[in-house]
Structure formats: C-alpha cells, structure tokens
Design a protein around this ligand. Structure first.
Ligand code: 5GP
Ligand code: MG
Ligand code: MG
Length: 175
C-alpha cells in the first residue's frame, strides 16, 4: 500500500508480472524488426522505466530518442493542443516505435503519431505498457500492448500521481 497526499494506492500489477510481459514484448519487437534498425521514440516522463526495461531486452540494432509533450488550452474550440518537444533529429525515412506509458482516451498518442507521421517516416508503431480500452475515444492501432486494464487510475513503474510515485517496481491502483 502507498499513500500520497490524500490518496491510497493498492497493489495492482506486480514487478514480476511486469518484467515477464516486457520480456515478451521485447521478443516480439526483436522478431518484427530483425531486418530493420528502428528509431525508438520514448515519451517522457512516464515511459522512462518501461523503455529502459524494454531496451535492455532488445537484441536488434536500434536508436533511441526522447520527447516530451506540452499540452496547453487553445482559445478556439479545438481544446487541448499538444506540442512535441525535444525531438532533435528528423524521423523521415525511419522506422519509428513510439514508447508510451499508458493510453487512456488516446488523444495524446494519436497526436504524437500524427505529428511524427508528417515528417515522412517509413513506418510508425506504438508500444504502450498500459491500455484502458473502455476509455479510448478514437480509433487507434496499438502494435504492442503490455496490459489492458480497466478504467481506473494507476501509478508506479514510471507513472505518477502529482509528480510522485514513479519510483515503485509494482504498478498500484487508486483504492
Ligand atoms: P490520453 O491522452 O490517452 O487520455 O492520456 C494519456 C496520458 O494521461 C498518459 O500519458 C498519462 O500521462 C495520463 N494518464 C492517463 N491515465 C492515467 C493513469 O491511470 N495513471 C497515470 N498516472 N496517468 C494517466
Ligand atoms: Mg504518457
Ligand atoms: Mg502524469
């Protein structure tokens, strides 16, 4: 159990289960990219631990880069606009694997994919540790999914609540 400010979190996915699943995902990526040299685009901050464990199990030749997404409200009716920060190289003609911590409504990852796609990559795949299918609000192809979970708030293994709780080996859920 973990208490952060006023919220209590209880065990949800154990470290052993996570590690076993990450190993499986890495195995799939090793097969799928055996003849390619992908550029792995990690979405900070949440995906940093997942990405590290995934990368340690990749045997293919690959490059890694990190992005952040800044959200801000627009004055128009389109709502939140997300801007990609930190991408220091062109992704044109590259095989991209975007690594995310969690897909909830799907808006964040869709915008990242669309913005990166505009630069002309050869292919774009998405790897997410967690996916909440019932929260998804737009059609989305996810190529590598660690765990499908119910629509509850989780933290740990990179994911935060108010900036805290990223440093646990397990994933916990709001009680
Ligand atoms: P989406 O745009 O798919 O709705 O939201 C994705 C982002 O919302 C994630 O990258 C993450 O930052 C945050 N998020 C969504 N669900 C959760 C959750 O259950 N726990 C935490 N810690 N963050 C979440
Ligand atoms: Mg994220
Ligand atoms: Mg967060």
């Amino acid at each position: 159990m973990l208490t952060i400010n006023d919220k209590t979190f209880v065990p949800f996915i154990t470290a052993d289960t996570i590690q076993a699943r990450v190993l499986e995902l890495a195995g799939q990526i090793n097969q799928d990219y055996a003849t390619r040299q992908p550029l792995i685009v990690v979405v900070l901050n949440g995906a940093f631990i997942f990405a590290a464990d995934l990368l340690k199990n990749l045997t293919i030749s690959c490059e890694i880069t990190f992005i952040r997404v800044a959200s801000y409200q627009q004055t128009s009716s389109t709502g939140q606009l997300r801007q990609i920060l930190g991408l220091s190289q062109s992704v044109a003609n590259r095989d991209l694997i975007i690594v995310e911590d969690i897909v909830d409504t799907g808006f964040t990852i869709s915008e990242i994919r669309d913005q990166l796609s505009a630069d002309g990559p050869t292919s774009v795949a998405i790897a997410t540790l967690l996916f909440k299918p019932t929260a998804l609000q737009r059609p989305l192809q996810l190529d590598y999914v660690g765990f499908e979970i119910e629509n509850r708030f989780v933290l740990g293994y990179g994911l935060d609540y108010d900036g805290l709780g990223r440093n646990t080996r397990d994933i916990l859920v709001l009680a």
